[in-house]
Design a protein around this ligand. Structure first.
Ligand code: T5A
Ligand code: NA
Length: 215
């Protein structure tokens, strides 16, 4: 019987407009076209699902009042809705490139003042990423990017707080091969892509003996 090698679960994290979608698309197309790896791109929030419709409304309408704790739980529910699909894709050999995941959930809610450890709880038990690329961009630099300010959290002062809460993950993950910080300031899209590729290839080589169990 042929054993299917499971896919990798790769996550991109960072501030709003930091370049996650750009970099995740570039990595996905490299894997697909150059390495012939089966790839699927996903993102959170998934705005199409039941919970996603509420999240979309919330993000687009700054005046919509809703308790911070409740919206935090809905962002987590939005990931739980996708858990089985993620597991089955990975098991069938598909590599998933995911734009935002549970780190966003914690970083944004903690930036509003919710307790960091409390924020982690609703995501416990989800599939853990194999590799997370944290795009470390300066909040001041990215405010000039096109369309900045169109959604609820796109304000520089708030993004600075998000950056601080991501900083806690950075500290926790310093010696962790599953977390890679990519400095963004002053780098072109191409420069960042080649750095990410380089890190990805090194990671894949280090895992050639096999990767962690999924559940
Ligand atoms: N949220 C999300 C929570 O609060 N809790 C949660 O649990 C989750 C999952 C929506 C919001 O929801 C919050 C976080 C968010 O506030 P989103 O839809 O992912 O999340 O929103 P954004 O992060 O804002 O997504 P964007 O697509 O707008 O930003 P990206 O993907 O980071 O940036 P990208 O690649 O689209 O690039 C933005 C612009 O910058 C340029 C690009 O060309 C583009 O114009 N750019 C660069 N310019 C110069 N140099 C570079 N190196 C560049 N890289 C990209
Ligand atoms: Na945004």
């Amino acid at each position: 019987m042929q054993v299917v090698k499971r896919g990798l679960f790769i996550v991109f994290e960072g501030l709003d407009r930091s370049g996650k979608s750009t970099q995740s698309k570039m990595l996905a197309s490299y894997l697909e076209n150059e390495l012939q790896v089966p790839v699927k791109s996903i993102c959170f929030p998934n705005r199409e699902s039941v919970s996603g419709k509420t999240l979309n409304q919330y993000l687009q309408n700054r005046d919509m009042k809703y308790p911070d704790e409740a919206i935090h739980l809905i962002f987590a529910a939005n990931r739980w809705e996708m858990r089985d699909q993620i597991l089955s894709d990975l098991k069938s050999g598909i590599t998933l490139i995911c734009d935002r995941y549970a780190f966003s959930g914690v970083a944004y809610s903690a930036a509003k003042g919710l307790d960091f450890e409390w924020c982690k709880n609703p995501d416990r038990g989800l599939v853990k990423p194999d590799l997370t690329f944290f795009i470390d961009a300066n909040a001041e630099t990215i405010k000039s990017r096109s369309d900045y300010g169109s959604e609820r959290y796109e304000r520089v002062e708030f993004q600075k707080k998000v950056s601080e809460s991501y900083g806690k993950f950075k500290q926790e993950a310093e010696a962790d091969e599953h977390w890679v910080t990519v400095q963004a300031d002053g780098k072109s899209i191409e420069e960042m892509h080649s750095e990410i590729l380089d890190k990805f290839i090194k990671y894949r080589e280090s895992q050639s003996e096999g990767c962690d169990d999924l559940d």
